[in-house]
Design a protein around this ligand. Structure first.
Ligand SMILES: [Zn+2]
Length: 267
């Protein structure tokens, strides 16, 4: 089943989902969630593909979780686009080695960073240089969690992102709530900064993004399995589409084409 909006079938790719193994439900009640679970849920709403990266596991270096994403991606190569997750606090040598393995050997196609859970400053060039340099070398995008704390403020991320204009940087959750205006400003100021729609729920803020940044720099995402897919799909496909008067071409960009243009070649 394809995603249908206003009787038009659209290619639909989710830019933000998580997967991994856990002994029991941790953060937000999510336990083990693997490729087959994600594919089943995508089939229910008609999504073609999804970007998936590890569930949050602070204090780990994510090497095991990244391997799991690579294994699950290999089971569903036409449905899942695997990204790695990095904890920069392990130091620049560890980050560079981990990224070479994840992007070079495992051929994962992007990098997820969570400045709040992993507790680092995303404008700390000492920690972040190998991350941006690896993204540049392998031509993959970065996606940051943004919002909920000043650690993950879009303006702080933009400070360093603006110095790597050839590296696409996606602001996950587009600042959630109180940081949405900052995310919108960053996306307007920096050509390489994009917004992703998961979690942000107040319509005036979402619409501010669509009106001031435009559909060419916004990516649909869900943060599944934390958020149900139908909730996030309808938010954009029905409510924002109507309020922001998105046309068919806008919807095609938001649901797939923008993300595809950032992914670089399959390796
Ligand atoms: Zn997330």
């Amino acid at each position: 089943m394809a995603l249908k909006i206003r009787d038009t079938e659209l290619q639909a790719i989710d830019a933000h989902t998580h997967m991994g193994r856990r002994g029991g439900p941790l953060g937000h009640g999510v336990a083990t969630f693997l490729g087959q679970d994600l594919v089943n849920d995508m089939d229910e709403v008609g999504l073609d593909r999804a970007v998936a990266f590890p569930l949050g596991a602070p204090y780990t270096d994510y090497s095991e979780a990244n391997r799991t994403v690579a294994e699950e991606t290999a089971k569903f190569p036409r449905r899942i686009i695997g990204f790695c997750r990095i904890n920069p606090n392990f130091g620049i040598d560890a980050s560079a080695a981990s990224l070479a393995h994840c992007l070079g050997t495992l051929k994962l196609r992007g990098i997820k960073l969570h400045p709040e859970i992993e507790f680092f400053d995303p404008n700390d060039e000492g920690l972040m240089a190998p991350v941006y340099e690896s993204a540049r070398r392998y031509r993959v995008p970065l996606i940051f969690h943004t919002g909920m704390s000043s650690k993950a403020a879009p303006g702080v991320i933009a400070e360093l992102a603006s110095r790597y204009p050839d590296v696409p940087v996606i602001l996950g959750h587009m600042g959630v709530s109180e940081y949405v205006k900052q995310a919108v400003a960053a996306a307007r100021q920096c050509e390489n900064i994009y917004l992703e729609t998961s979690v942000v729920g107040w319509m005036p803020l979402l619409l501010e993004g669509f009106r001031r940044v435009g559909a060419s720099k916004i990516l649909y995402g869900s943060d599944h399995p934390y958020n149900p897919l139908p909730l996030e799909v309808e938010k954009i496909g029905r409510h924002v589409a109507r309020e922001a008067r998105l046309g068919e071409q806008d919807l095609r960009k938001v649901f797939a084409e923008n993300l595809l243009s950032l992914l670089g070649p399959e390796r």
